[in-house]
Every structure is written in structure tokens, then in C-alpha cells.
Design a protein around this ligand. Structure first.
Ligand code: SF4
Length: 354
């Protein structure tokens, strides 16, 4: 019988797979914490420089009044969060904000609109935003909800690098969180974006009252896609008064780190983004997440509608941890360490907790 040595097992870990089973992933999730972190950190080092973190900035280009009913989101018209809805921003204001983000060190600009799907009259402006941000030399990411094939083709032609569309949670738990669209709708949009040749950013939110099995299942769905999302944002729920998920019991931070580690092992070449919820995390928790394989964050004072640590706090944390940013060239192709071009970097959560 073949005896699997730790070294061969770690080599196996580093090779992207698309045949994960719930049992296999759950077994990893339940490993003793130190073993899980060691496995994840080993995979991380195979594909990335562990001391470099990609930084993106996120802008809400159209806030609130959304027709969807995502239970975590302040922007849903179904919830009484008190958020004031606004119209789509002017193209030149978006480009100006991107210019400032670039000056602050961001390499990717993520633009989110609170829509179920864009209306045709909005697409001209959205396309101009993509073209304008690209012209600054930044990578572009958008999250606009569901897309028609025509929308996808227009965005691709405009130079959109990434499309964000989170699956949020497991298929089983999905209808507990969102009733206005289905898990299958989500996968369909992701598949069509991928087919058009755009990079995919897709992850979820942890701490919405889901079980450990739901967390594992969400990652199994992502890891078993034909290609892994280049970016996997993992958000920690920020409870927003007036939303159905306000009052949800907080997740054990250790379980949050386990989820990051599992994402790193299951999608070894993807950028795992520590997304919403960083303001609620201690520096030590963020440090553990970076050790477990998170290698992307949002920078800036705000995410879509919630607070973010801000430049000074992040600069201080990076200094204390010896972390550095990652430029576009190094991040484009996933790996600083082995130069392989597989699954590259990525973006934020349509997680409007982000
Ligand atoms: S998460 Fe996105 S789709 Fe859902 S309610 Fe918020 S803005 Fe709308």
C-alpha cells in the first residue's frame, strides 16, 4: 500500500483540484488548528510570496434602493436600514476617485452598484467608467448584479478585468438569506462571465447563522467550478440595524480563520480576500488570517456602505507584520513564487456587508 508522506501530501495540496467532496473538505476544516494552518501556509508559500498582500479599493457607484432582499444588506429596499438611496455617480467623479485610490497604493478599482441587474440606460455610463479607470493603468472590477450576454460583451470590450458575483453561502442555506433570486441564478451569471473570458471574483459571507457544513459546502461549490475564481472574498458579517440578520450570534474568530485556511487549500492559486468585517477584527485575528493564506484586502476608509480600517491603520499593521503591497504585474498570474500563470487576482464581495 502506498504510504503518503507529509511532503507528498503537501505537494498534492498545492495542485488545484476541482473534485472536492464535502467529506474531504470537512475533514480539512476539522483538523487540529495548528495542522490546518500549517497545511494552508504551506500551500500559500508554494504559489505566493506570503509577505505580499494585494490591495484593492471599492467604491459604491450607485447606493441603496436595491430590489433584491439579501438579508445582510443595508442597501436592500426591503429592509429599514435607514440608508438613503442615491443615483448612479457621474463618470468623471468615479474616475477622479479611482485616481486618488491609485495614488494611495490601490492597484485595482472595484465599482459596485446596488442593482438586481443594470438597466440598459445605465450601461453607457458603466462602460465609460471601466474605460476611464483602465486608462489610469488600474485593474477594473465591477459588481452590478445579474447581466445579460449583451452587458457581458460590452463590459468585456470596455476592458473590464474582473466581475464580482458572490455565491454568499451554501446552496442549502441560500434561501434563508435571499429569496429574490436563486443560487442557480448566481452560478449561471458566473458561468456566462467566465465564458466571455473575464476573470471571476466570487466568495461569501461567514457568520450569517450558517453551519460549519454550509461554510464547507460554499467552498466546495467554488472550488469545483471549472476554473477557480481568481479572487475569493471572504467577508465576516457586519450586523446592520434594520436588516434581518441584525442580532445574529457572532462567529467564533477561530472558525473564521479555519474558513480562510480551507479556502486557501482548496483554491491554492486564487487570491483569498479578507473583505468586510476587518473593523471588527483584532490585529491578531487579521494576522492569523494572513498566515492562513489571505493575501488581498480592501484599502480605504469605507467599503460600499460600511467602515474599513483606513490607510493609517493598515499601514501600521503591514509595518508590524512585515507585509508589503503587491503590484499589478506581480499579482497578474497568481504567483509571485513560481511564476505560473493560472488563476490570478481578484475582487470584492457583492456582499453588501462589504
Ligand atoms: S447585496 Fe447587492 S443585490 Fe443584495 S440587496 Fe445588497 S445591493 Fe442588492
Amino acid at each position: 500500500m502506498l504510504t503518503r508522506t507529509p511532503a507528498s501530501r503537501e505537494r498534492d495540496d498545492a495542485t488545484p483540484r476541482h473534485d472536492w467532496t464535502r467529506a474531504g473538505a470537512a475533514q480539512l476544516y476539522g483538523l487540529p488548528f495548528n495542522d490546518l494552518l500549517f497545511r494552508a501556509a504551506t500551500v500559500h508559500r508554494t504559489h505566493f510570496d506570503p509577505n505580499r498582500v494585494q490591495r484593492s479599493q471599492l467604491l459604491s457607484i450607485k447606493t441603496g434602493g436595491c430590489a433584491e432582499d439579501c438579508g445582510y444588506c443595508s442597501q436592500s429596499a426591503h429592509h429599514a436600514s435607514g440608508l438613503k438611496a442615491s443615483k448612479l455617480m457621474e463618470v468623471r467623479s468615479v474616475i477622479e476617485a479611482a485616481r486618488k485610490a491609485k495614488a494611495g497604493g490601490a492597484t485595482r478599482y472595484c465599482m459596485g452598484a446596488a442593482w438586481r441587474e443594470p438597466k440598459q440606460r445605465d450601461m453607457d455610463a458603466v462602460v465609460a467608467m471601466v474605460e476611464g479607470v483602465k486608462a489610469l493603468g488600474m485593474e477594473t472590477c465591477m459588481t452590478l448584479g445579474m447581466l445579460t450576454d449583451t452587458d457581458i460583451a460590452r463590459l468585456k470590450t470596455a476592458g473590464l478585468d474582473y466581475y464580482n458575483h458572490n455565491i454568499d453561502t451554501s446552496e442549502r442555506y441560500y434561501s434563508e438569506i435571499i429569496t429574490t433570486r436563486t443560487f442557480a441564478d448566481r452560478l449561471d451569471t458566473l458561468a456566462r462571465v467566465r465564458e466571455a473570458g473575464m476573470k471571476v471574483c466570487s466568495g461569501g459571507i461567514i457568520g450569517m447563522g450558517e453551519t460549519e457544513t454550509d461554510r464547507v459546502d460554499m467552498l466546495v461549490t467554488l472550488a469545483n467550478l471549472e476554473e477557480h475564481p481568481e479572487s475569493v472574498p471572504i467577508n465576516m458579517l457586519i450586523e446592520i440595524p434594520g436588516t434581518p440578520l441584525a442580532g445574529t450570534a457572532r462567529i467564533d474568530p477561530i472558525d473564521f480563520v479555519r474558513t480562510i485556511a480551507l479556502a486557501r487549500i482548496m483554491m491554492p492559486r486564487s487570491f483569498v480576500r479578507l473583505s468586510a468585517g476587518r473593523t471588527e477584527m483584532t490585529d491578531e485575528l487579521q494576522a492569523l488570517c494572513f498566515f492562513a493564506g489571505a493575501n488581498s484586502i480592501f484599502v480605504g476608509e469605507t467599503l460600499l456602505t460600511t467602515d474599513n480600517p483606513g490607510e493609517d491603520k493598515d499601514a501600521d499593521l503591514f509595518r508590524r507584520l512585515g507585509l508589503d503591497g503587491l503590484d499589478i504585474e506581480a499579482s497578474d498570474g497568481a504567483n509571485a513564487a513560481d511564476g505560473a500563470s493560472a488563476d490570478g487576482p481578484g475582487c470584492h464581495g457583492h456582499a453588501r456587508s462589504a
